[in-house]
Design a protein around this ligand. Structure first.
Ligand code: AVI
Length: 325
């Protein structure tokens, strides 16, 4: 087989304006908040990659073990096109292709991510594979999915990947809309592989989201640093502390930034000025945790039928393979 790696880029033009609008809209809500997608600028993506290597954040390793163990079943010989939403470093997709072995035909890979640096890293990780054509899409999931709604060949069989428990960062209504949007880009017999972190003891969850090395704290605080860098904000970073809370009723970890002293904040490029009181919080992320049957029912109510569910019982993580019906 000849190596046939092609890399194309479709990029969304700079969206500083959208960032500024979101910062203004979300920071003026009560409670103050910021959308978690803005955690991933170049530095934020690097910090997230570091989090994935921390001994206290087992999600990535657990998922990788499951992908390696079940690669042949997941990437069966009939799959022609793999669409990964949220590429990360490309390590998981590489493990899947390597684990599936040589029995497959040519593969079209599409990876969709808002982070340019994550796409570049994923492209490097996938470089060595033969008989693979790679297209990177620097886009939000939603914009990326729109591109796959168009005409396709009759022989194409798609496998969509949504890994890393990224689904956990959606609120339940947004999650259901998202799963239905994914379903709409698939034909029956196409499949979705969903990686989801499971509910586990609070102590373990808090360590995963408030690690002793302070990497998650830096990841969270970088959002304010990003606002300072890109929108000329003047947040005093040492005036905020990272907080991770387990909200048992909603089954989610929440990340917040707690204001340590009263400060006046100006963000000229978002046309915003406000005062934060000591103890006031900015809510930056929710990470929902599920039980395995909940994953089955969210997929079934979105137009999928579950073909297999594999669980890592050590680190409590689930991979669920579902067919579009
Ligand atoms: C990307 N996402 C699934 C991660 C999570 O676990 O919610 C982001 C993260 N936040 C703090 N640590 C990791």
């Amino acid at each position: 087989m000849t190596p046939t790696l092609t890399t194309l880029h479709t990029t969304t033009p700079g969206s500083k304006c959208r960032f500024a609008d979101d910062v203004r809209d979300f920071l003026t809500q009560q409670p103050r908040q910021l959308p978690s997608r803005y955690l991933y600028d170049e530095l934020g993506s690097a910090l997230f990659e570091a989090i994935c290597r921390l001994p206290w954040y087992p999600l990535t390793r657990a998922e990788l073990r499951l992908l390696e163990a079940h690669a042949r079943e997941i990437l069966d010989a009939g799959v022609t096109t793999v669409i990964e939403l949220g590429a990360g470093s490309g390590v998981k997709l590489s493990a899947l292709i390597a684990g599936a072995g040589t029995g497959r035909g040519p593969l079209d890979l599409h990876i969709v991510d808002v982070s340019k640096s994550a796409l570049a890293e994923a492209s490097r990780a996938l470089e060595g594979f033969e008989n693979v054509r790679l297209v990177t899409h620097e886009r939000t999931y939603e914009a990326g999915l729109e591109e796959f709604g168009h005409a396709r060949s009759v022989t194409e069989r798609r496998l969509a990947l949504f890994l890393g428990s990224n689904i956990g960062n959606f609120d339940p209504p947004g999650r259901d809309v998202f799963l239905r949007t994914v379903r709409a880009t698939l034909n029956s017999r196409d499949a979705l592989l969903l990686g989801v972190d499971l509910v586990k003891p609070e102590r373990e969850l808090l360590l995963a989201y408030d690690d002793p090395l302070g990497v998650t704290a830096a990841f969270n605080l970088n959002l304010l640093a990003r606002i300072n860098r890109e929108l000329q904000g003047d947040f005093e970073l040492d005036g905020f502390t990272h907080r991770a809370l387990w909200n048992e009723k909603r089954s989610r970890i929440e990340m917040h930034l707690r204001c340590r002293r009263r400060q006046r904040i100006g963000i000229p490029d978002a046309d915003l000025g406000f005062v934060m009181a000591e103890g006031e919080m900015i809510w930056t992320e929710s990470s929902y945790k599920y039980d395995p049957p909940e994953i089955v029912s969210m997929l079934e109510s979105s137009g999928f039928s579950v073909r297999a569910q594999w669980i890592d019982s050590v680190d409590r993580f689930a991979l669920t393979l579902a067919e579009a019906v």
